[in-house]
Design a protein around this ligand. Structure first.
Ligand code: ADP
Ligand code: MG
Length: 691
């Protein structure tokens, strides 16, 4: 078996199981073995029935005392089994497992593992310990489980953890492991285990140390391949001459004067850096980093204006249609209001063929000098007339490879990317290795700090009242419901039902609408437009509005099930309010009231600063929490986390650096093997999120 072998060649994986695997995007052996566990389960030594603590998962080793008692309640078969050890009794309940009646014989000893509960326990009757649906093991089977951490995989309905484990064991046995591709020097210096050891250790670790070693190799590979790619690219980028030199004209100066606000000091500094780049000998390759609401868009618009004034075309690319449309309309508004020289066109997937064709024509003829859209902008069909500047908003949502696409078209435009991901500078330098970095580190002065509260669900009626009050005062609100994964509740229904509930709770005059990821893009755009035009007061949405959306009149952000989100994501969501002169509020509703959840959410309460939040979140999660809540809106590697694995990131960066310094063309035999590995299409360690 190799990476490309179909999973149907694994024993026990037939058509039906293969279809289920497909739901998890697993069709080949390669995809299966890189389906890493989400977590591990530890099996502890069995305890006596007396020691078994209610509320906890325990295993007990006990004897079946009587013939199991079976009854039917409607269409449910309930099997009660009494067990005993020398410290006490327990009752087991199984649902719809009638066959167990013949398996669990009186006098037989088994290990039962499940959540311990109690029943009864009032006055005369002593309480009885029970377990529902415990797993059954022979003592020997259970012993085997104890000696290992048991992997817990992401599942889909119909596919059990056990099925995946079985398939995984087979795949790991018959898989032809790749020859080591790192030169021995790197492998030794960074103490990397082999691919085989890594896969064994990540799927079936003996203990945490074993797993950590395995994980290190996997994380190192992900960082290494990403940085290797970046660095190779940098060699190209660094030598690019400025083919589109630009000079500042009266257009930008006049726009700056007429604009309703003055740039902040930080915005001015970044604008200066961009102007310098555009006029210099070399092609611009710059990142603007700035927290949500710091005002990145206006700087981008200035750069595009300078580009147009020099007779070139500029393009602005956003990760979602909703955001692209918003940028487009914003620019159209500026163009009309300040008589700017923009001739903008929009290009997004949901446009009709005819509309697209018209846009293509304007782009090819040069009639349009500013093109706003999604990644439709860099697709094959688009032929540019004189593309000289490409701006990517919310860069972390795209892959690094987009620039290559443009280069392949024979264009080497100036590149400006914008991101709100709070990354400490040391990490940013590594991760954005090929970019110059500008930071907008202050918010516009007119902003009032957002007021936050973290509350439980009992607060809901009050929150609704508050929303009604803000709406009555002319403001707008967002309510975010989490996306619910498959097997729980359908996210579509969730938002729709919630909107109904909210309509009933709010005064009739309040306009409530909803938005979710499964709606057609055109419908999403329509809702967003209506919201921006204030024809909608309250928008119930999933996190589709997370990035970039700017409706300064919105002052309330209420997040349901806040505990389900990463702090960085909550911070992004909060960034949707407090974008204008009005006092804004954020209400985080948590259904979990345990200490850790509350403590984590309290961080948001303490600060509105993205950098602070990211670093505090990291402290709380601690380095041991390897599978903690994934941060959204940042470098999304498969396994690696740029914060918790910052140390490995440094190492991988050092390794790549040294390799390319010693052997820039990778002529050395050992290094060629590595090059072949990381340039082959099968390696997909860089797994950027794209929408
Ligand atoms: P982000 O950095 O999150 O992309 P935006 O560029 O969308 O933020 O800006 C958020 C809001 O702040 C917009 O309504 C924008 O017009 C406004 N804004 C930007 N710069 C300033 C400034 N210097 N003074 C006042 N408001 C500003
Ligand atoms: Mg933005």
């Amino acid at each position: 078996m190799n990476r490309d072998t179909s999973i149907t060649s694994i024993k026990g994986v037939g058509e039906k199981t293969a279809k289920l695997f497909q739901k998890l995007d697993i069709t080949s052996v390669g995809e299966l073995i890189s389906h890493y566990p989400r977590d591990y389960e530890t099996f502890r030594e069995p305890v006596s029935i007396a020691e078994a603590k209610p509320g906890e998962v325990c295993a007990v080793y006990a004897v079946v005392t009587a013939i199991p008692n079976q009854k039917r309640v409607r269409n449910l078969t309930i099997l009660n089994v009494n067990i005993r050890d020398n410290t006490g009794n327990m009752q087991l309940t199984f649902f719809n497992m009638p066959f167990l009646k013949n398996v669990l014989k009186p006098g037989g000893f088994y290990t039962f593992r499940g959540i311990v509960q109690t029943r009864g326990g009032r006055t005369s009757v002593p309480s009885l310990k029970i377990m529902e649906q415990p797993k059954i093991y022979s003592l020997e089977e259970y012993r085997k489980q104890i000696s290992q951490l048991q992997p817990k995989y992401a599942l889909t309905k119909g596919l059990t953890n056990q099925t995946i484990q079985k398939a995984m064991k087979q795949a790991l046995t018959y898989y032809e492991y790749e020859e080591e591709f790192y030169p021995a020097k790197i492998k030794e210096k960074y103490r990397l285990v082999s691919e085989k050891e890594a896969l064994a250790g990540i799927h079936f670790p003996i203990d945490f140390e074993h797993m950590a070693e395995a994980r290190k190799r996997i994380v190192f590979d992900e960082f290494f391949s990403f940085l290797f790619y970046l660095r190779k690219n940098k060699e190209l980028a660094a030598k690019l001459e400025n083919q589109y030199p630009m000079y500042e004209t009266a257009d930008t100066v006049r726009f700056l004067e007429q604009m309703p606000f003055a740039l902040t000091k930080a915005q001015k500094k970044v604008w200066q850096e961009i102007r310098n780049d555009l006029g210099s000998h070399f092609c611009m390759n710059r990142l603007i980093q700035g927290d949500v609401g710091s005002g990145k868009t206006i700087v981008a618009v200035l750069a595009l204006l300078m580009c147009a004034a020099n007779g070139f075309q500029g393009a602005m690319m956003a990760p979602t249609e909703v955001l692209a449309v918003q940028h487009y309309e914003n620019i159209v508004e500026y163009t009309e209001k300040y008589q700017l020289i923009f001739k903008p066109v929009l290009l997004v997937g949901s446009m009709t063929q005819k509309e697209k064709r018209q846009a293509y024509e304007k782009i090819a003829s040069g009639e349009a000098n500013l093109i706003v859209g999604t990644h439709a902008l860099i697709q094959e069909k688009v032929v540019y007339h004189s593309l000289a500047l490409v701006i990517t908003d919310e860069q972390h949502r795209f892959g690094v490879r987009q620039r290559e696409t443009l280069a392949e078209k024979g264009l080497n435009p100036h590149v400006l990317v914008m991101s709100a991901t709070p990354i400490p500078r040391t990490l940013a330098i590594i991760l954005y290795g090929d970019l110059h970095i500008s930071v907008i580190d202050e918010l516009p002065a007119n902003r009032l700090p957002i007021k936050n509260c973290v509350v439980n669900t009992a607060y809901r009626p009050k929150a609704y009242e508050f929303i009604a009050k803000e709406v009555a005062a002319g403001r707008q609100a967002y309510v975010i419901c989490p996306q619910v994964s498959e097997g729980e509740m359908d996210d579509l229904e969730n938002v729709v039902e919630y909107a109904d509930k909210l309509r009933a709770a709010l005064p009739q005059t309040v306009q409530v609408a909803y938005l979710h990821g499964k709606m057609r893009p055109a419908d999403k755009n329509k809702i967003m437009e209506e919201y921006a035009a204030h024809n909608i007061d309250v928008l119930v949405s999933t996190t589709v509005i997370e990035v970039g959306i700017n409706v300064p009149n919105a002052t309330v952000m209420m997040v349901e099930n806040a505990e389900r989100f990463g702090l960085a994501q909550l911070h992004q969501l909060r960034g949707r309010v407090g974008r204008g002169e009005f006092q804004s509020y954020c209400i985080f509703i948590s259904t979990k009231e345990n200490k850790e959840t509350m403590e984590r959410l309290q961080i948001l309460n303490k600060s509105n600063d993205g950098f602070f939040i990211a670093s505090e979140d990291l402290k709380l999660r601690g380095p041991g929490d390897l599978f903690g809540i994934r941060q959204s809106g940042e470098f999304a590697f498969r396994t690696a986390d740029i914060y918790t694995d910052a140390g490995i990131l440094q190492q991988a960066s050092e390794a790549v650096e040294q390799l390319l310094t010693e052997d820039p063309l990778l002529e050395n035999n050992d290094n060629q093997k590595l090059y072949a590995h990381f340039s082959s299409g099968t390696v997909n360690a860089v797994d950027f999120r794209t929408i």
